[in-house]
Every structure is written in C-alpha cells, then in structure tokens.
Design a protein. Structure first.
Length: 160
C-alpha cells in the first residue's frame, strides 16, 4: 500500500493528488493508494481518502505502507522515517496558496541531503521519484542524531 500524507494544514494540496492519480493511470503506481488528505477535499475512484485521524491510528497505517508520499511537513516525514519507510517528500508552495511561505522546500532539501528520503521540488517529478525509489535505500533515521536539525527547522517554523 502507498500512503499519501497531506498533514493538517488548512490549505489544499490538490496538485499532489492530481499527480498521484496521473501516476496510477500511467501504471507507475500499482498498489492500493490511501490518502490522509487533511483539509484537501478531493474525490477519486482510484484512491481511498480520509481527512484526519488520531496520531496513533495514523502511525498504524504508516507501519503497513510500503511507500510514503508526503508533503514536506516535519511531523509527517519524521513519523514515516521513524517507521523505517521509504519516503518521497514534496513541498507545499506559497505561490499556489498551499502554505504561508516556502519553508517546506528547505525541510525537504535538508532531509534529502542527508539521504533519508527522496525529495522533489515539484509534483511533476513524481514519476521520476517513483522510479528512483525502487532502488533507494534510505539511511537509518536516528532521532537523536537528527534532533538538532529538527529543532532548527521547528524554530524556523515558529518564527514564521
């Protein structure tokens, strides 16, 4: 199962779900797709979509997934990495009204540079990332080793 995480932002992220659906249609994604959509309202007969759930329930779904495609939110990324999952992270962008600024791009770049996930700048690169993830072995995520990075990111977000 492929799990798509859009977090709890009160902004939509239709661009990512449109691209996931295109990749299902192209055959790049053949597994069942489950989407935690948050406040993004989206209808699809190709994906199972729910809005929000408890953190505990979401973690159980993450554990079952073979791949996580997520917005570049720290919480979603961190939970997925803690469970040892392969992750493709896509930043929400201010220019599309998906967030108040572009800090998710910085988050995606930092995790990508450490070899923890596959980060892409735009949803149009999802097909490439799906091909790349087949042979991708993420570095083991150690919360203690990355705690300083997470604190820097959280401090930056809190200032925004």
């Amino acid at each position: 199962m492929v799990l798509v995480l859009l977090g709890t932002q009160n902004n939509n992220f239709h661009r990512l779900l449109d691209e996931v659906e295109k990749n299902i249609e192209k055959g790049n994604i053949t597994e069942e797709v489950v989407v935690q959509a948050g406040f993004t309202k989206y209808n699809s007969d190709k994906m199972k979509i729910f809005d929000l759930t408890t953190k505990e329930h979401l973690r159980e779904i993450v554990k079952k997934a073979s791949l996580i495609i997520t917005h570049a939110g720290v919480g979603s990324i961190e939970m997925s990495l803690e469970e040892g999952k392969k992750v493709i992270a896509v930043p929400r962008k201010k220019k599309y009204g998906e967030h108040v600024n572009d800090h998710q791009k910085e988050i995606e770049e930092k995790f990508n540079a450490k070899g923890l996930l596959i980060g892409i700048d735009d949803v149009s690169q999802l097909g490439m990332a799906l091909n790349k993830v087949k042979n991708f072995t993420p570095k083991k995520y150690e919360k203690n080793e990355n705690y300083q990075m997470i604190n820097i990111i959280r401090t930056f977000i809190d200032k925004v």
